[in-house]
Structure formats: C-alpha cells, structure tokens
Design a protein around this ligand. Structure first.
Ligand SMILES: [Zn+2]
Length: 297
C-alpha cells in the first residue's frame, strides 16, 4: 500500500512538471533595413556609407522591440533572419539576448532562410514598398538596379508578398509588418486586412520621411508584435497556388538576354521573361538565379 502511494505521488509530480512546461510557440522574423525607423536614404543602408553604423543600430532596436513584445505574448522561441544586403547588418552584441539571429549571405531562401512548418507565425520588420511606389522610402523589388516588376500569376508583388508566399508554403501566417505607411498599406492589400501593421515613418518621397518619435515607434513595434501573436489564429497564411507563372520585367533589355538562355525561360518582350513552376520554392529559387544573372549583365 505504501509503495502504491509512492508511485502515485511520483506520477502526480511528473504530470505537474509536464503541465508547467510551456508548449512550443515559435516565431520567425525577417528584418530588412529600408523600412527601419530613421532610415530615409541608401547612404544609411549600404555598408560603406557614412551613417551605416547608426542605421544598423536602429535596425537592432526595431527588431528587439518586436522580440520583446513576442516574449511578453508567450513566444518560446524567436528566430530573426537578417535580410538586407550582406545580411550581416545586426551586430550580435546589439541583438536581443533571448532571440536567435541568422546572419550572413547567400542563403538558399534568402530573406526567408530558417522558416519551416514548425513556426506558429511570421513577422516582417523594416520592410519597404514595391518598385514604382509613390512617396515611399527606397521603394524597390529585390534588386533596384535590375528589377522593374515581379508578377506571379498576374499579380504584381512587393517583397512582402513574394516572401509572404514562402511563409504560406509552410502554412505559416504573416501576422505583422513594420515599415513606412505606404508599405503597411501594401501589406494589408496583399496579405489581408487582419495583419497588424506598425508604421514607424511616413514617406514624403523616395529619400525623405517624417519619423515617428523614437519612443512611439518602438512602442508600436512591441505592442504590435504582442497583439499580433495573441490574434494569430485569426490570420490566414498567404498562399499562391500552382501552376505558378512568374513574369519578370527588368530595367533594361540587356538584362533579359542572359536569363533568356535558360531552357525553362521564355523571353516575352524586350525587357520581360516568364517561366512556370509547379512548386513555389522551386520557382522562387529559379527567380533568384535569374535576377543574379540579370544583375551580372
Ligand atoms: Zn533591404
């Protein structure tokens, strides 16, 4: 009888320990630089420019505020992928000590490296509007020098849509985005009105913006992340269904010449090529290789 009691007590203690361990709640964050608070010009976002050392700190501060909000909302693991240029912008010593940083480039999934089906949600920080947007800081799509537009199944997409569809491929919803006001509007149009947005500046042109007071910007980032994670079940993943037709328009006719040599790729105009993919990740990777070829021209 005494032995039975002992076994019962051990079993009860074990179940209490198990219940107190949190179920995993993983969040993936991709952080770009053009939509970071404070940034208004490429003199701040390129590694050899004068103000870059400040901009990389603002980038860490924006993303740290998001991490803080996620942890308060119950996230058990936050993985942040540095997604701009060299992808070595955030210095580890400036980065939130409770989150994990993916640093460096190239990476197979580029701005989305690290995501998979184990994540409950995805967040875009410091994102920017698509190429050809009025009054939006540093608008471009993947490559400012090479790309005029990227359409998938006829829909012109900014990076937030192209990357959002990678999250969607893994059935992960994009629950929040930060950037300038126009980028936030594009996020709601493409990813759905339920997404939480934090606009940290109002674009006045391609190289000018009115910044929110720093404290208010970081408050919006932290609160936004917290609210977004709490309502994640209300936000649907952004999925693009195959077959997927990619249409890439370059800035110059010369940039279409090398991509057109690939057997899967058709040249449909002086500056335009298309191809079809049955798997979004395969299509995304071919698109990246094509943009690299065009950029080398
Ligand atoms: Zn960028």
């Amino acid at each position: 009888m005494k032995r039975m009691m002992m076994i019962l007590i051990i079993l009860m203690a074990f179940s209490i320990i198990q219940a107190s361990e949190k179920a995993p709640l993983k969040v993936f964050v991709s952080v770009d630089m053009e939509g970071i608070w404070g940034v208004v010009h490429s003199d701040q976002t390129s590694a050899d420019s004068r103000d870059y050392s400040y901009a990389r700190k603002w980038m860490a501060e924006d993303v740290n505020a998001v991490v803080e909000g996620l942890l308060e909302a119950g996230a058990t693991e936050v993985v942040v992928n540095d997604s701009h240029g060299s992808m070595r912008n955030i210095l580890p010593q400036d980065f939130h000590p409770k989150a994990s940083l993916i640093s460096g480039s190239p990476k197979p999934l580029s701005m989305m490296q690290g995501i998979d089906g184990s994540f409950a949600a995805c967040i875009f920080v410091g994102y920017h509007a698509k190429a050809g947007t009025t009054s939006s800081v540093l608008d471009h799509t993947i490559s400012g020098s090479a790309m005029k537009s990227i359409k998938i199944n006829g829909l012109e997409l900014p990076e937030l849509g192209i990357n959002g569809a990678i999250a969607g491929y893994f059935k992960v919803p994009v629950i929040m985005l930060s950037g300038d006001a126009e980028t936030c509007r594009q996020a709601k149009t493409i990813l759905g009105s339920e997404i939480v947005t934090a606009d940290v500046k109002e674009g006045l042109g391609r190289f000018a913006a009115r910044l929110l007071p720093a404290d208010e910007a970081r408050r919006r980032l932290k609160e936004g992340a917290k609210q977004a994670l709490l309502k994640r079940d209300k936000i649907a993943p952004f999925m693009l269904n195959p077959p997927l037709n990619f249409e890439l328009e370059f800035q110059t006719s010369a940039q279409a010449e090398m991509p057109a040599l690939l057997p899967q790729v058709k040249r449909t105009g002086p500056r335009t090529v298309t191809f079809t993919a049955n798997d979004y990740l395969e299509g995304f990777k071919l698109m990246r290789a094509i943009i690299a070829l065009a950029s080398a021209t």
